[in-house]
Structures are given as C-alpha cells and as structure tokens.
Design a protein around this ligand. Structure first.
Ligand code: AMP
Length: 242
C-alpha cells in the first residue's frame, strides 16, 4: 500500500460523482462489542446497501498476506488503530467499485477525526440528504462480556454469542456447518485496549457529525431485534426517496 493510495483520486471522484446520485450512505458508530457487525448486515439486507466493514477488509488482507497486512497485523493484534492513510486508501478503493453504486453502510469507519474528514474529502457528498450516522450506545460493562463470548462462522461470518445466541451444536455454524472461530483480538486484554483506543479517538468524530445534524443515537443495550427496530425508525424517517 503506498501512502494514501490517492494517486487516482481525481478519476475515482469523477466516477463517484456519477455513481452516487441519490445513493444512500449510512455510517455506524459504536464501541467494539456494540453489535455493529450484526446490525450492519441486517441494515444492508433491509435497505439494499453494500456492507463495508474496515475490520473485515483488514482481516481479508491478513488472510491474503498482502503488503498492507504486514503493517496492519501487529497493530490489530495489540488492539491499536491502523494508520489513517492506510484505512482511507482502502476505503476509497472499495467504495469506487460498482457494487457501492446504490449506497453502502460503513461499519467501523470512520474511527478518527482525520478519517471523517478524509471521507468527506473523498466523497464530497455531505450536502446530500441521504447520509445518516447512527451512534450505537451500550453500557461499557456489557462490551467485554459480549466480545469475549463472540464466535464467528469461518465461512459466512455469521456472528454467535455463547451466552445470548449460542449455536445449536457447540463450535459449529447452524447455517452451513462450518467451524466457529474466535477472533484473536477478542482476547480479554486486547478487548480492553480496543475499547480504550475507541474512546480515545471517537469524541471528535461524534462532534463532527453532530454539528452537521447527521447524528442519531440508538439504544443498543437490548436484544438485536429491538435494536434493529430502533435503527429502522431512524432510517425510515430519513429515507432519501421520501
Ligand atoms: P473491528 O472489526 O471493526 O473491531 O476492527 C478490528 C481492528 O481493525 C481494530 O481493532 C483496528 O485495529 C483495525 N481497524 C478497523 N477499522 C479501523 C479504522 N477505521 N481505523 C483504524 N483501524 C481500524
């Protein structure tokens, strides 16, 4: 990955300008363990949006052992943030693809003020009425319990929780019979560092979207169906087609 990867910025922006007429952008903020991954998948299905998780993109790079992964992996394993220029370059490349044409939901991005500003710079979309930022609010003590009990289907990425939503057969995905794994950064010491890092950087991001009138808070303490119902209330009221 070379620097920002912004060498093709002009051509990407030109393409985005054509793609994104009326497309919807949803940004999901919330600490690790807030349930962003679960809700982002549901929102993507419900509203026909592409689900873009920067964590998933980084893990995919690690699986493919890319140059980017060699820089990112030690940071991820320690629960620290990957540098803004790497993440911004990765997101920029991804959202320029045609499957994002009808809109997308960003899960785990932006995580810093620089990323929020970079996103604005890339997209020049902020005059659009179709941007909604959802901030998922959870009690801190719930986060560690949720993440430490999280297991993920190796093939589909389906998320289980050993306490709240266990698989029928231990260690096996109900949907496709694949193995369930625990993310290496869901170890308790790393979880604590991820939460600390999130809190350290997120306040200016929240302020940034709040002053632009784009931010909605969502109670994410309850069960996933209720959280989704809360999210849909916001997104239906903000529907750009209405
Ligand atoms: P997540 O799956 O969103 O919990 O992300 C897992 C890890 O990937 C984080 O702890 C960070 O190390 C890294 N990461 C994901 N998204 C970002 C981002 N937007 N900025 C910096 N690092 C990120």
């Amino acid at each position: 990955m070379s620097g920002l990867g912004f060498h093709n910025r002009r051509s990407v922006q030109k393409r985005l300008g054509t793609f994104w007429n009326g497309a919807r952008l949803v940004i999901l903020l919330g600490p690790p363990g807030a349930g962003k991954g679960t809700q982002a998948k549901r929102i993507a299905g419900q509203y026909g949006l592409q689900h873009l998780s920067t964590g998933d993109m980084l893990r995919d790079n690690i699986r493919r052992d890319t140059e980017l992964a060699r820089k990112a992996k030690p940071l991820i394993n320690r629960g620290e943030l990957v540098p803004d220029d790497i993440v911004l370059g990765m997101v920029q490349e991804r959202i320029a693809q045609s499957d994002c044409e009808n809109g997308f939901i960003l899960d785990g991005f932006p995580r810093t003020l620089q990323q929020a500003q970079g996103l604005e710079g890339i997209c020049r979309l902020y005059k659009s009425k179709s941007i909604t930022v959802l901030n998922m609010l959870v009690k801190p003590e719930l986060l560690i319990q949720r993440l430490a009990n999280r297991r993920i289907c190796k093939r589909s990425g389906h998320i289980y929780n050993l306490v709240d939503h266990p698989p029928i057969r231990p260690g096996i995905c109900d949907d496709d019979g694949s193995e369930l794994i625990q993310r290496p950064d869901d170890a308790e010491a790393v979880i604590r560092e991820r939460i600390r890092t999130y809190e350290q950087h997120i306040c200016p991001v929240i302020d940034y979207y709040s002053v632009r009138g784009l931010l909605y808070e969502v109670n994410a303490i309850t069960d996933p169906d209720t959280v989704m119902a809360n999210i849909m209330k916001v997104l239906d009221a903000e529907d750009p087609a209405k």
